[in-house]
Design a protein around this ligand. Structure first.
Ligand code: ADP
Ligand code: MG
Length: 410
């Protein structure tokens, strides 16, 4: 893996002409205290991270936690107070304006909030707009726009006006505009924030599908942990300008770093975080050529009531203890087994497992080649849905947060 973006000890303080805020931060004073005593606003406080090529890195936090300030520094819209921002061999924090323009032209694009479109330009012209800024010719712009539109399924709407498209389609046009310039890094600051939940879900799915093909390096900002968990390869949780935790969805849900993170985690839809392979248990197997007596032995040793009959690595059927007990011990497994065990692919989310698990038969979890790699049971699904947060701790964290919000400048 190659790091596409490396951020080192990045900070941004507003209204800190005298550098007093930075001194106080170093002494360990809080954002709230510094603002109260000096009027200096801590936007971003000593943040370091790396984003790998092709990764979706999500930055998540409450309003005012510093997300927008951070991404605006990444493409040089706001100069940092201190720190480094490396994109390949350029430090965006210190390179000159000419170099910065070059980096923006070739490497990094901001997809603006709400994907605002020009109402009087056609869809195609909207998408081509960023290319015009880059100095591309008319024909070239048109072709790139059509190609970007085709990536979001709207190639036939290039000559429509935005108002002729549905809300969801307009959002896709905005996304196509970001893609048209073919940036290496896409910055997306709450792009789906203003959408109603259904369109929002649609756009999230769209982005996931697109990313499978495009493999861009994406920094995605959201205040919604469900969205963060769905989209992020890794997620950084931000509070008062600092990162309080960076990890995968599973890391964050299973081991929240503090009460602030725990409060978010308490609200999430766990069924969309864990996949079948995350929670799969060992599958107990038997060959179709074995006897019922052999099958019973496997069940006894492993203390299970159902085992899978495996042929060429795939689950061909299953045998229950009840059926095995009722059959003569010498019967072949292939004669007794029930065919077509419920099965799901390893990357299915928990919310897709309720149906298959309903019969009570352990659900076969399969890999890309259809081989049996584990099982999920109703119990294991339930355990992961409930989790083990301490609800009292979460509530306290939420209250702390509210109090801080009140003292925060807008
Ligand atoms: N131009 C500015 N001048 C002063 N304070 C600002 C400015 N921009 C943002 N802030 C403050 O910086 C903090 C982080 O803001 P922002 O990055 O917009 O947070 P988020 O995007 O997470 O909602 C907030 O306390 C906000 O009030
Ligand atoms: Mg913001």
């Amino acid at each position: 893996m190659t790091a596409k973006l490396i951020v080192k000890k990045l900070s941004k303080l507003f209204n800190d002409e005298k550098g007093e805020g930075l001194q106080r931060l170093k002494r360990g004073e809080t954002k709230e205290q510094i603002f109260r005593e000096t009027g200096v606003v801590v936007g971003v406080n000593d943040v370091s991270f790396e984003v790998q090529e092709g990764e979706i890195f999500v930055i998540m936090g409450l309003s005012g936690s510093g997300k927008s300030t951070l991404v605006r520094m990444l493409n040089g819209l706001i100069p940092p107070t201190s720190g480094e921002i490396w994109i390949d061999k350029d430090d965006v924090a210190s390179c000159g304006m000419a170099r910065l323009r070059e980096v923006r032209r070739k490497k990094i694009t901001m997809v603006f909030q709400h994907f605002a479109l020009f109402p009087h330009k056609t869809v195609g012209e909207n998408v081509a707009y960023g290319l015009k800024m880059k100095g591309a010719g008319k024909q070239e712009r048109r072709e790139a726009a059509i190609e970007a539109l085709s990536k979001v399924g709207l190639q036939d709407h290039a000559d429509s006006l935005p108002s002729e498209l549905s809300g969801g389609m307009q959002q896709r046009v905005g996304l196509a505009r970001g893609l048209a310039t073919d940036p290496q890094i896409l910055l997306m600051d709450e792009p789906f924030g203003a959408l109603d939940p259904l369109i929002r879900r649609e756009m999230q799915e769209e982005l996931i599908v697109l990313q499978k093909e495009l493999k861009k390096t994406i920094i995605f900002i959201t205040h919604d942990l469900n969205e963060a968990l769905l989209l992020g390869d890794r997620i950084a949780i931000m509070k008062d300008g600092s990162f309080v935790q960076v990890g995968t969805a599973q890391d964050i849900v299973s081991q929240p770093a503090d009460d602030y993170v725990r409060a978010f985690v308490a609200d999430i839809d766990r069924s969309r975080v864990y996949t079948a392979s995350d929670i799969a248990l060992e599958a107990h197997k038997i060959s179709p050529k074995a006897t019922v007596a052999d099958a019973l032995k496997v069940m006894l040793i492993n203390d299970v009531d159902t085992i899978h009959v495996v042929k060429d690595g795939a689950a061909a059927g299953y045998i229950t203890r009840q059926d095995a007990n009722d059959a003569p011990p010498g019967t072949l497994v292939s004669k007794l087994m029930k065919p077509e065990p419920p099965s799901v692919s390893g990357d299915a989310y928990l919310n897709e497992l309720y149906g298959p698990a309903q019969s009570g038969v352990p659900v076969a979890v399969t890999d890309e080649e259809g081989k049996l790699v584990g099982v999920v049971t109703q119990e294991s699904i339930f355990e992961h849905l409930v989790g083990d947060e301490d609800p009292e701790a979460s509530e306290n964290a939420a209250n702390d947060e509210e109090q801080q919000e009140e003292g925060r400048p807008q």
